[in-house]
Design a protein around this ligand. Sequence first.
Ligand code: FAD
Ligand code: 2HG
Ligand code: ZN
Length: 467
Amino acid sequence: MRQAPNGFLAAMVDALGPDGVVTDSDVMAPHLVDWMRRYHGDAIAVLRPADTEDVVRAMRVCHRFGVAVVAQGGNTGLVGGSVGTPGSVVLSTSRLNHLGPVDEEASQITVGAGATLDAVHVTAAHAGLRFPVDLAARGSATIGGMVATNAGGLSVLRFGPMRAQIGGIEAVLADGSVISHLQGLIKDNTGYDLVGLLCGSEGTLAVITAVRLRLVPLDGPHLTLAVGVERLSAALTLLRNVRAAGVVVDSAELIRRRGVELVAAHVGKTPPTALLAPFTLLLAVVAGETVHDRLATALETLKPGELIDSLVAETEASARELWAWRERHTESISAHGIPVKLDVSLPISRLAEFEAGIDALVDRAHPGCDVHVFGHLGDGNLHVNVLGVDGSGGADWTRVEDTILRRVVELGGSISAEHGIGRMKAPWLHLNRSPAELSAMRAIKRALDPTAILNPGVILGVEAVEP
Ligand code: FAD
Ligand code: 2HG
Ligand code: ZN
């Protein structure tokens, strides 16, 4: 462990009080390993600021001593961006968790960066409104972390990712200055979009302390439908036809039989037969008088032999059970080891081709792996998880990752659809970003964080951001 600079901890305790500075290694331990157990970090201390003023004081001390700061929310990120690095402090937002009140007139709410997604859902629902981003880590993932990664989730198809839900941000820059833009104005063309810039910045440009979120009206009931099909292209056709029939689709997710079997083994349950088709399209749609007829018409458009089975969840409880087969993929995979975990996006027209070739491609890079593909079909976003490669990283790991990411780019896709770049994908950022774009990004980084203390190594890699 790297030592703190002389006087640093005393200055930090002065700034935050003893409760705000944790140095006990047992208490620090969970902050220093990521959700996947792939990244094991290090830090001088974990800071627990109680409000924005505390964050300002903490950043001033870090700036003065040149100590790196890794902002951390729920630590559910999947690209190794949230754990401390040697000589850094982890700044936990757990105490910045204030909520609301809901501004019903504007359908907005201002929350602390450390508020969990679950808490925001519950608060919005009490006001008859909905916060439309949802993901399986909802109990721990924080709004600050989700803004910092521009998280996607299950309803991007209908509502867009985090970026589309932000009415404003309050954040503390590296030198302790505060930018606060929380009015939530619908129209506001006053120069550079700093809010948009911080969204997806993964803790490298500022520490987000509060967020103004847009809320949407609660729908009536949703209907959940599972359709088992022979080929991925049939799932795409069906989704297109369901939407063309005027059905409002909230989520359109894809799972494969292999993944369902893995979840079944993990949770000890038998899946419904519709989920044992080679591919299952899971749909959450807004219910209404004509929805069953419209769905039936769309199902009829599938070619003979393509539809294997379908199942409608009649109750909320059975809908939750169906969704669990999709949502529990991540934990079921993790129960079998540390996977190569990728979240790629492709043009819709290349999805089937990518999926059809992925097993053989990975097999050539590292024979004998177990490849799991699932994800947000409607967004062109597939999750590729590969089990059976040495979980600690190394040459095999890099080869598998490199092979998949290059294939994605060859097909016109993105190496990160929603999890971000973090430390994990920094070496491959150049596949998607031109030298001119990378140079513009470095210039932005230097302007906002001239001594490179904010989450070093994340997004741009270590060398790229040294002052
Ligand atoms: P952390 O993991 O703590 O941090 C993530 C990044 O944000 C780090 O770089 C960190 O430095 C930075 N950061 C955190 N807080 C702040 C802040 N206040 N200011 C500045 N930077 C900050 N993602 C999706 O997009 N879609 C999904 O469907 C999805 N499903 C998931 C399911 C599971 C089971 C799990 C474990 C993860 C899933 N994720 C998904 C990953 C997703 O990125 C995180 O859940 C979430 O966005 C991160 O929130 P967090 O509070 O845990 O952030
Ligand atoms: C999801 O959609 C998450 O469930 C996690 O983005 C994906 O585990 C993964 O690879
Ligand atoms: Zn996802």
